[in-house]
Ligand binder design. Structure first.
Ligand code: ADP
Ligand code: MG
Length: 232
Protein backbone atom coordinates (compact mmCIF):
# COMPACT_ATOMS: atom_id res chain seq x y z
CA UNK A 1 0.00 0.00 0.00
CA UNK A 2 0.97 3.64 -0.33
CA UNK A 3 1.43 3.97 3.38
CA UNK A 4 3.89 1.10 3.55
CA UNK A 5 5.85 2.37 0.57
CA UNK A 6 6.20 5.63 2.39
CA UNK A 7 7.45 3.85 5.49
CA UNK A 8 10.05 1.89 3.58
CA UNK A 9 11.27 5.02 1.78
CA UNK A 10 11.59 6.92 5.00
CA UNK A 11 13.46 4.04 6.55
CA UNK A 12 15.85 3.87 3.60
CA UNK A 13 16.50 7.59 3.80
CA UNK A 14 17.49 7.18 7.43
CA UNK A 15 19.66 4.16 6.63
CA UNK A 16 22.78 6.21 5.96
CA UNK A 17 22.48 8.15 9.18
CA UNK A 18 21.78 5.03 11.22
CA UNK A 19 24.78 3.27 9.70
CA UNK A 20 27.10 6.19 10.42
CA UNK A 21 25.80 6.47 13.96
CA UNK A 22 26.23 2.73 14.52
CA UNK A 23 29.87 2.85 13.48
CA UNK A 24 30.50 5.98 15.53
CA UNK A 25 29.06 4.31 18.62
CA UNK A 26 31.16 1.20 18.15
CA UNK A 27 34.48 3.04 18.51
CA UNK A 28 33.93 4.45 22.02
CA UNK A 29 32.25 1.17 22.97
CA UNK A 30 35.42 -0.63 21.97
CA UNK A 31 37.44 1.71 24.20
CA UNK A 32 35.10 1.01 27.11
CA UNK A 33 35.57 -2.74 26.64
CA UNK A 34 39.34 -2.45 26.43
CA UNK A 35 39.42 -0.35 29.60
CA UNK A 36 37.22 -2.79 31.47
CA UNK A 37 39.46 -5.69 30.43
CA UNK A 38 42.42 -3.68 31.72
CA UNK A 39 40.67 -2.93 35.00
CA UNK A 40 39.83 -6.59 35.47
CA UNK A 41 43.50 -7.43 35.21
CA UNK A 42 44.59 -4.67 37.59
CA UNK A 43 41.96 -5.05 40.33
CA UNK A 44 40.98 -8.32 41.91
CA UNK A 45 38.50 -6.69 44.33
CA UNK A 46 35.35 -8.80 44.31
CA UNK A 47 33.04 -5.84 44.91
CA UNK A 48 34.48 -4.12 41.88
CA UNK A 49 34.19 -7.28 39.78
CA UNK A 50 30.41 -7.15 40.06
CA UNK A 51 30.29 -3.67 38.57
CA UNK A 52 32.79 -4.46 35.87
CA UNK A 53 30.59 -7.40 34.92
CA UNK A 54 27.58 -5.07 34.66
CA UNK A 55 29.52 -2.65 32.45
CA UNK A 56 30.59 -5.52 30.22
CA UNK A 57 27.14 -7.03 29.95
CA UNK A 58 25.62 -3.70 29.05
CA UNK A 59 28.22 -2.75 26.49
CA UNK A 60 27.70 -6.22 25.02
CA UNK A 61 24.02 -5.42 24.87
CA UNK A 62 24.60 -2.12 23.07
CA UNK A 63 26.86 -3.92 20.66
CA UNK A 64 24.24 -6.55 19.80
CA UNK A 65 21.63 -3.81 19.41
CA UNK A 66 23.87 -2.16 16.82
CA UNK A 67 24.35 -5.48 15.06
CA UNK A 68 20.60 -6.07 14.92
CA UNK A 69 20.01 -2.54 13.70
CA UNK A 70 22.56 -2.88 10.91
CA UNK A 71 21.07 -6.25 10.01
CA UNK A 72 17.61 -4.77 9.77
CA UNK A 73 18.90 -2.22 7.26
CA UNK A 74 20.47 -4.81 5.05
CA UNK A 75 18.49 -5.37 1.90
CA UNK A 76 19.84 -8.74 0.96
CA UNK A 77 18.07 -11.19 -1.27
CA UNK A 78 15.57 -13.53 0.31
CA UNK A 79 16.85 -16.99 1.05
CA UNK A 80 13.60 -18.92 1.33
CA UNK A 81 13.70 -22.42 2.77
CA UNK A 82 11.37 -24.67 4.66
CA UNK A 83 11.81 -24.50 8.43
CA UNK A 84 9.85 -25.83 11.37
CA UNK A 85 8.21 -23.01 13.32
CA UNK A 86 9.94 -24.10 16.53
CA UNK A 87 13.32 -23.31 14.96
CA UNK A 88 12.30 -19.65 14.75
CA UNK A 89 11.15 -19.75 18.36
CA UNK A 90 14.25 -21.35 19.81
CA UNK A 91 16.74 -19.37 17.76
CA UNK A 92 15.26 -16.03 18.75
CA UNK A 93 14.72 -17.13 22.37
CA UNK A 94 18.40 -18.07 22.65
CA UNK A 95 19.31 -14.52 21.72
CA UNK A 96 17.30 -12.99 24.56
CA UNK A 97 18.10 -15.62 27.18
CA UNK A 98 20.07 -13.23 29.42
CA UNK A 99 17.36 -10.63 29.39
CA UNK A 100 14.71 -13.23 30.19
CA UNK A 101 16.82 -14.51 33.09
CA UNK A 102 17.52 -11.04 34.47
CA UNK A 103 13.81 -10.21 34.50
CA UNK A 104 12.91 -13.74 35.63
CA UNK A 105 10.45 -14.05 32.77
CA UNK A 106 8.93 -17.46 32.18
CA UNK A 107 8.59 -18.65 28.60
CA UNK A 108 6.03 -21.15 27.39
CA UNK A 109 6.32 -22.69 23.97
CA UNK A 110 3.14 -24.38 22.78
CA UNK A 111 3.53 -26.50 19.69
CA UNK A 112 1.03 -28.83 18.07
CA UNK A 113 1.70 -32.58 17.84
CA UNK A 114 2.82 -32.41 14.24
CA UNK A 115 5.67 -30.11 13.27
CA UNK A 116 4.41 -27.10 11.38
CA UNK A 117 6.70 -25.78 8.69
CA UNK A 118 6.87 -22.41 7.01
CA UNK A 119 8.67 -21.17 3.92
CA UNK A 120 10.90 -18.40 5.22
CA UNK A 121 14.20 -16.64 5.18
CA UNK A 122 15.25 -17.91 8.59
CA UNK A 123 17.68 -15.09 9.35
CA UNK A 124 15.18 -12.38 8.46
CA UNK A 125 12.32 -14.09 10.27
CA UNK A 126 14.57 -14.46 13.26
CA UNK A 127 15.21 -10.78 13.46
CA UNK A 128 11.46 -10.13 13.17
CA UNK A 129 10.81 -12.45 16.12
CA UNK A 130 13.70 -10.95 18.01
CA UNK A 131 12.05 -7.54 17.66
CA UNK A 132 8.74 -8.90 18.94
CA UNK A 133 10.38 -10.76 21.81
CA UNK A 134 12.44 -7.74 22.79
CA UNK A 135 9.31 -5.60 22.93
CA UNK A 136 7.55 -8.24 25.01
CA UNK A 137 10.44 -8.34 27.47
CA UNK A 138 10.58 -4.57 27.66
CA UNK A 139 6.84 -4.40 28.32
CA UNK A 140 7.11 -6.56 31.42
CA UNK A 141 7.74 -4.56 34.57
CA UNK A 142 6.62 -7.02 37.23
CA UNK A 143 7.95 -10.26 38.65
CA UNK A 144 5.39 -12.64 37.16
CA UNK A 145 6.46 -12.14 33.57
CA UNK A 146 5.24 -14.70 31.09
CA UNK A 147 5.79 -14.88 27.36
CA UNK A 148 3.92 -17.52 25.38
CA UNK A 149 4.91 -18.59 21.90
CA UNK A 150 2.56 -20.86 20.03
CA UNK A 151 1.82 -22.19 16.60
CA UNK A 152 -1.25 -23.84 15.16
CA UNK A 153 -2.76 -24.86 11.90
CA UNK A 154 -5.73 -22.76 10.86
CA UNK A 155 -7.92 -22.87 7.81
CA UNK A 156 -6.03 -19.87 6.41
CA UNK A 157 -2.50 -21.03 7.09
CA UNK A 158 -0.01 -21.44 9.89
CA UNK A 159 -0.84 -19.15 12.76
CA UNK A 160 1.95 -18.10 15.08
CA UNK A 161 1.29 -16.18 18.26
CA UNK A 162 3.50 -14.29 20.61
CA UNK A 163 1.87 -13.16 23.78
CA UNK A 164 3.08 -11.29 26.86
CA UNK A 165 1.55 -10.24 30.15
CA UNK A 166 3.28 -6.87 30.09
CA UNK A 167 1.94 -3.33 30.32
CA UNK A 168 -0.16 -3.50 27.15
CA UNK A 169 -0.58 -0.87 24.46
CA UNK A 170 -2.86 2.15 24.61
CA UNK A 171 -5.39 2.75 21.83
CA UNK A 172 -3.38 5.74 20.65
CA UNK A 173 -0.16 3.72 20.46
CA UNK A 174 -1.92 0.85 18.70
CA UNK A 175 -2.71 3.14 15.79
CA UNK A 176 0.91 4.22 15.47
CA UNK A 177 2.67 0.93 16.20
CA UNK A 178 4.12 0.46 12.71
CA UNK A 179 5.13 4.08 12.17
CA UNK A 180 8.89 4.47 11.78
CA UNK A 181 10.42 6.14 14.86
CA UNK A 182 7.28 5.80 16.90
CA UNK A 183 8.34 4.86 20.40
CA UNK A 184 7.00 5.24 23.92
CA UNK A 185 10.35 4.32 25.44
CA UNK A 186 12.90 6.75 26.79
CA UNK A 187 15.69 5.09 24.84
CA UNK A 188 13.58 3.58 22.09
CA UNK A 189 14.37 3.84 18.40
CA UNK A 190 10.93 3.01 17.15
CA UNK A 191 12.25 0.88 14.31
CA UNK A 192 11.51 -2.63 15.56
CA UNK A 193 7.87 -2.85 14.55
CA UNK A 194 8.28 -1.30 11.11
CA UNK A 195 11.24 -3.60 10.40
CA UNK A 196 9.14 -6.55 11.56
CA UNK A 197 6.25 -5.52 9.33
CA UNK A 198 8.56 -5.20 6.33
CA UNK A 199 10.01 -8.65 6.93
CA UNK A 200 6.57 -10.22 7.34
CA UNK A 201 5.25 -8.50 4.22
CA UNK A 202 8.21 -9.82 2.25
CA UNK A 203 6.93 -13.28 3.26
CA UNK A 204 3.29 -12.48 2.43
CA UNK A 205 2.55 -12.94 6.10
CA UNK A 206 0.16 -10.71 8.01
CA UNK A 207 0.33 -9.47 11.57
CA UNK A 208 -2.46 -8.55 13.95
CA UNK A 209 -2.28 -7.18 17.43
CA UNK A 210 -4.60 -7.41 20.39
CA UNK A 211 -3.71 -5.59 23.53
CA UNK A 212 -5.17 -4.53 26.83
CA UNK A 213 -3.49 -1.92 29.01
CA UNK A 214 -2.26 -3.50 32.23
CA UNK A 215 -2.94 -7.02 30.97
CA UNK A 216 -0.70 -7.69 28.02
CA UNK A 217 -0.32 -7.94 24.30
CA UNK A 218 -0.71 -10.68 21.71
CA UNK A 219 0.65 -10.57 18.19
CA UNK A 220 -0.79 -13.08 15.71
CA UNK A 221 1.15 -13.78 12.57
CA UNK A 222 -0.42 -15.68 9.73
CA UNK A 223 1.66 -17.48 7.12
CA UNK A 224 -1.10 -18.05 4.60
CA UNK A 225 -1.50 -21.30 2.72
CA UNK A 226 0.07 -22.73 0.74
CA UNK A 227 3.04 -22.47 3.09
CA UNK A 228 3.75 -26.15 2.60
CA UNK A 229 2.50 -26.56 -0.95
CA UNK A 230 5.96 -25.99 -2.41
CA UNK A 231 7.19 -29.28 -1.00
CA UNK A 232 4.43 -31.40 -2.60
P1 ADP B 1 10.93 0.58 20.35
O1 ADP B 1 10.91 -0.80 20.95
O2 ADP B 1 12.29 1.06 20.05
O3 ADP B 1 10.12 1.57 21.12
P2 ADP B 1 9.30 -0.64 18.31
O4 ADP B 1 9.05 -0.25 16.89
O5 ADP B 1 9.89 -1.99 18.55
O6 ADP B 1 10.24 0.49 18.90
O7 ADP B 1 7.96 -0.51 19.12
C1 ADP B 1 7.21 0.70 19.03
C2 ADP B 1 6.32 0.87 20.22
O8 ADP B 1 5.31 -0.14 20.21
C3 ADP B 1 6.99 0.68 21.57
O9 ADP B 1 7.65 1.86 22.00
C4 ADP B 1 5.81 0.32 22.45
O10 ADP B 1 5.11 1.46 22.85
C5 ADP B 1 4.90 -0.45 21.52
N1 ADP B 1 4.99 -1.90 21.70
C6 ADP B 1 5.42 -2.82 20.80
N2 ADP B 1 5.33 -4.07 21.27
C7 ADP B 1 4.82 -3.97 22.51
C8 ADP B 1 4.46 -4.93 23.53
N3 ADP B 1 4.63 -6.24 23.37
N4 ADP B 1 3.94 -4.44 24.69
C9 ADP B 1 3.77 -3.12 24.86
N5 ADP B 1 4.09 -2.18 23.95
C10 ADP B 1 4.60 -2.59 22.79
MG1 MG C 1 11.44 -2.59 19.97
Amino acid sequence: SERNLFQIEKLNAMGGLVRTLAHEVRNPLNNINLSVDQMEEMFTDEGLAIYLEIVKRNSGYINSLITELLHSLRHTEMNIQKWPVHDIFYLSLAKVKDRLDIKKIQVKVLLPQEDLHVQIDLEKMNSAFLNLLTNAIEAIEHNEGLITLSSEKSKDGVLVKIQDNGMGISTESLGRLFEPYYTTKRNGMGLGMVATLNILQAHNATIEVKSEVGKGTAFSILFPWPVEAAEN
